[in-house]
Write a protein that binds this ligand. Structure first.
Ligand code: URA
Length: 422
């Protein structure tokens, strides 16, 4: 087999065989296939796409490139959740304790953020003392004792994705249904859960810019998961404006706590309620409507919040010590009108530049910085009213943040939060 012939084949819109796909993954990992050859193939895939069987075979070859987590020692249906990445997305912090408080065991691995998207591990590290690394034995013991554990991705999970993703990032080949689906699904399948709920973000602040492309990605991932015997549910959700009010690690943890206590932003509260209900439905094998009643109950009677406290304390965190910068500035609106747009992507980049995110994997981050938005799309703001508060530890330009908001005389109809559940 020869990489040049494989590149030519994809360039000519032909279908790659399983053997060819396995050859590519194996030889790219061991260095026989060079970065420039792999980027050329990735670009051909981006342009000409892949058929269903090819995507399945690519996912399997990537999955088989490394370790797989075995969760079979944990009782019951293990449910995992993944978001394709968004601004202010702290749903995992809210969902896991809800689900665990209803007796569904959660054993989850999460990553750190890169670029404008935040990572759950970074958010949790803003809590003083929280330990994100655990041995496999301690991880499983924790799930057995309190029904919930979340640790940093470790070991040799899908090394093919690490190497391919790094190349995609610098070769203009991130946006491809085949490549995104195989990247996300190989990691989810390696994490060992029986059921997977995927939140595919749609909009300016997301990888998928419109509902059609998100639907295509969602359908592909659902088919891959089901072919591996997993229960799958796909949510297509709005990422035109940030989710909730807070963006930035410590600030987002505080907002997750408020949400668990019933005082969260309405959009975040609703999305968490729907995602959690789907997870509980899978975990307890009950209809979603019945799961919704149970979720409402644990939010109301405080059990979900108690589970959050138990979880954070078990992993060494002090819930009363969440890093938030003491330097803050409130920005007031110079205009009056309806908020018709909040540019989530720009906010994501600005918050990263405040120090909340990384440009390179090795960068240190500032857990205490970020923004809290005070008005969301569709709301009316008066002149002099508070638009947002910036938490900082270094200089920034006020106008950059103000320019993320469009204020207009006419009210615009707000986009739906959940476009579709597949
Ligand atoms: N997230 C991933 O893990 N992989 C992609 O390709 C895109 C988003």
């Amino acid at each position: 087999m020869n990489i040049i012939e494989i590149i030519e084949k994809k360039k000519n819109k032909e279908i790659l065989t399983n053997e060819e796909i396995e050859y590519v993954i194996e030889n790219f990992l061991n260095g026989n296939i060079k970065d420039y050859q792999m980027s050329s193939l990735l670009m051909a895939i981006c342009i000409n796409g892949m058929e269903k069987d090819e995507i399945f075979n690519l996912t399997k070859a990537m999955l088989d490139s490394g370790d797989k987590i075995d969760l079979s020692e944990i009782k019951g249906t293990k449910v995992d959740k993944h978001s394709s990445g968004g601004i202010g997305d702290k749903t995992t912090l809210v969902l896991l304790p809800i689900v665990a408080s209803l007796g569904v065991n959660v054993a989850k691995m999460s990553g750190r953020g890169l670029g404008f998207t935040g990572g759950t591990i970074d958010k949790l590290e803003s809590i003083d003392g929280f330990e994100v690394e655990k041995s496999r034995e301690d991880f499983l013991k924790q799930v057995e004792e309190i029904g919930i554990a979340l640790v940093s991705q470790s070991g040799n999970l899908v090394p093919a994705d690490k190497k391919i993703y790094a190349l995609r990032d610098v070769s203009g080949t991130v946006e491809s249904t085949a490549l995104i689906a195989s990247s996300i699904m190989s990691k989810k399948l390696a994490s060992g859960a029986d059921a997977i709920v995927l939140d595919v973000k749609v909009g300016k602040g997301a990888l998928m810019k419109n509902v059609e492309s998100a639907r295509k990605l969602g359908k592909t991932m659902k088919e891959i998961g089901e072919a591996f015997g997993k229960k799958m549910s796909i949510f297509l959700t709005n990422m035109e404006e940030p989710l909730g009010y807070a963006v930035g690690n410590g600030l987002e943890v505080k907002e997750a706590i408020d949400t668990l206590k019933g005082n969260g932003p309405k959009d975040l509260e609703y999305l968490c309620f729907k995602l959690a209900s789907q997870m509980v439905s899978f975990g307890l094998s009950i209809p979603v409507e019945e799961a919704e009643e149970k979720v409402k109950e644990v939010l109301k009677n405080g059990k979900a919040y108690q589970k959050f406290e138990e979880w954070i304390t078990y992993q060494g965190g002090d819930i009363n010590k969440i890093e938030i910068s003491s330097n803050y500035q409130e920005i007031r609106s110079s205009k009056e009108g309806f908020i018709t747009n909040i540019d989530a992507l720009k906010i994501g980049y600005l918050v990263k530049d405040l120090g909340a995110g990384r440009n390179k994997k090795e960068d240190e981050i500032d857990y205490g910085v970020g923004v809290v938005i005070h008005k969301k799309v569709g709301e009316y703001i008066k002149q002099g009213e508070s638009l947002l508060t910036i938490y900082y530890n270094k200089e920034y330009k006020e106008e950059d943040f103000i320019n993320c908001f469009i204020i207009s005389d006419k009210q615009k109809e707000k986009n739906k939060l959940i476009y579709e559940i597949m």
